[in-house]
Structures are given as structure tokens and as C-alpha cells.
Design a protein around this ligand. Sequence first.
Ligand code: PMV
Length: 358
Amino acid sequence: MSSTIYQATCSAPVNIAVIKYWGKRDTSLILPTNDSLSVTLDQDHLRSVTTARADASFDGQDRLWLNGEEEVIKPDGRLRRCIDEMKKLRQAKEAKDASLPKLSEWAVRVCSENNFPTAAGLASSASGFAALIASLAALYELQPEVSTSELSRIARQGSGSACRSLFGGYVAWQGGEQASGQDSLAVEVAPQSHWPDLQALICVVSDAKKGTPSTAGMQRTVQTSPLLQHRIKDVVPQRMKDISAAIQNKDFDTFANITMADSNNFHACCLDTAPPIFYMNDVSRAIVQLTEELNRASEAEGKGKLAAYTYDAGPNAVLYAPKANMPTILQTIRHYFPNADFDDTFDLLGKGANASHR
Ligand code: PMV
């Protein structure tokens, strides 16, 4: 047995979509009903850190711990699929180079930690599966032969939105058309350095676990909402083009208009689901009204939009805004929500999953 330690640690940030993914056309491969686009946040506040280790002495079973608790790796589950796909890529590498240790045949032990509440509408599954794939890719030394987009295809099978967290900056998930899912992957729209002036403020309205998990919610919306069909066909395709152009042009007004409209359209589809799904609460709606009022006042002064709100499958608000607007936004929110604690909520946009050491 070799004395070399085969271990890698990677971290991955969360991403918050401005064009939302909601609905699967294939539930087992996780193929979406529409394209989506997100911004990856920085790693200082919301991240998953994952260590993967392979050793010939581990018994045959792969094992995984999330925040200190062991998770069952179900034979037909998403974790199993992701680990198997990564082992296949390693196997292909070993087949080309006989001198490589046969890590693909050894069991792995994976340990993952989130530095924020899991499953509270803060995209923990996105950072979690992205960090899992990034750490296995580093352990198996798959890059650069395997591209980040190819890895995103595997992360997607853990949690759809995870495919976008492998990149930093502005990222599109191209839903694809093929039944195999080969063309359903994430691509970089622009790196973080292209528009570093944009910042995100996360207002944690509640860190309780969400009522309707996204998988169950999506399924119900796909099965029952006529509005979702309109969203898929008539709304999202044009918005993807327009927001990509707004990012290229650093046009915050257009970016903000589309972001807010798409969040509202997504939550309208949730309301159009039978029985309806409510992710936003009264505080979420108060933040919408506050942002709309701030924007109205700013536009009345000829200054354009101040901020854009967006909400995922939970009540927490994410406000995107140019850096210069943040003090006004924070001051206003503090005025209306005097008990809010913002110590942990201010995030610059970040760089995507990365290997920290091996
Ligand atoms: O990847 P999931 O299953 O956690 O779904 C994410 C769904 C939203 O966060 C609401 C939208 C998105 O595109 O991230």
C-alpha cells in the first residue's frame, strides 16, 4: 500500500439566480424546463467546504458527512450518481496512463460543512454539490482535461442550481435539448472582474428550513401551473438574451428590471400551483415595496434604479445593487427593520468553486 495521502479540500460559494430555474423536464437526470442565469456570491459568508479522501484501506463503501452528521448514500440517489460519474472520469484517466494509482477503485470519504443554515432558501444544495464535485475533481486530478462546464453537467445531477456554482461571476445554465442531458450545462456569461461594482445584500428574513422543498415544489408546479408553460415558452428565452446583454453592457437598470420581474414571475408560478406554494412572507413583501419605493424616488431624481430584489424558494431577500448605492439601501432597511442584524449579510460577488489545497 502506498503511503501517499490522496485528499483534496475545495470550497464553493452559493449563487443566486436572476432568471430562475423552476421545473424539471427529466427528474432523474435533473434537466430543466428553462434556461437560468445567476450571480455567484463571494466565499466569505456563504460557502460549503468539502474534503474528499480516497484510500485503498477504506472498506468498499463510500461515506459522506454533512455538518458532522453522516448522510446515507442511497443506491439510486443523487450523491451516488455524482460520485459514480466522477469515478468514471477518473477511470478514463487511469485507462490512458497505467502509472496512475487506481483511485477510481478505492472508496472515498467525504466531509462537507456549510457556514450557514442548510435548506433555508440560501442555496445550500448549490454550494454543497458544487464543492463535492470540485473536491472530487481535485482529488482525481481531472482538470484541465475535463472542463469546468463538463464538471457542471455532473454537479447538475446533484442539484440543478449547483452546476452554476462551479463558475464565479455571471453564469448561465443552458437547459439543453438532448434527452441524455449532454448539452445541459453551465457556461460563464462574464467573469466577476467584468462587473465587480455589483454587490449583493442578503436579508435573512428567516433561517428556518423551507416548507416545500424545491424538488417537490417544482414537480407540483410542472404538473399543475398553466402560467409555468407561458413562462417557459414566452417569457424566459427573451429575458435570457436581454439580461446577458445587460451584463455585457453593465446596464444596471435593465438588469434590475429583469431580475425583479423574473422573481415575481417565478413566485406567481408558485401561487399558480395547486395547491399553491408560498415562499415569500409579509417581511419579504415589505422589502419588495421598500425597494420599489427607493427605485421610484431615485428615478424621480433622474438617477435610475437603486436596487433589484430577488427571492428563491424561501422568504429571504437578496438585493443586488451597484456598490455606491449600498449605504442608502442599508440605511433604509435599518430604518424600517431596526432589529435586523446585518453582520453576516453583506456579500461581494465572488469567484466560484476553487481548490484550496491537496
Ligand atoms: O437546485 P435546486 O433544486 O435547489 O433549485 C433551485 C431553485 C431556485 O433557487 C428557486 C432557483 C434557482 O435557479 O436557483
